[in-house]
Design a protein around this ligand. Sequence first.
Ligand code: RB5
Length: 148
Amino acid sequence: MKIALGSDHGGFNLKEEIKKWLEEKGYSFIDYGTYSTESCDYPELALKVAHAVADGECTHGIIVCGTGIGVSIVANKVPGIRAALCHDTFSARACREHNDANVLTLGERVIGRGLALDIVETWLNASFSGGRHQRRVEMIKALDEKKG
Ligand code: RB5
């Protein structure tokens, strides 16, 4: 497992908290920026993480912005990416088990550090269930090929 991490300025502080947590837990990750709270454009950062996952450089991506919405919209435009915006642990587990989500997005202005780290932990520990969900994920992958 290798995690691609990124944020815009609105998600920078939470991204740094997640980075610290990943380090403490011994996860392997790459920080694609941003590297300060200076204003920047979330599509650029979201694309860096999404491409790192889609190209196979990383297995999982976590992207933070103010709401988690902008980065999720952008990441889902990259073929091969199934990004899920989660602000609760049930969704974090379900999006791995049912949707094989390979990118998690979070909103720093929506939830606190404690819940965000619980969501990250839940998401990283969950895995795709396959079975009946496999066919549905294949249907999503077929849409990616049309986009291609
Ligand atoms: C930046 O102000 C904010 O628009 C961005 O972080 C994000 O919430 C967009 O969806």
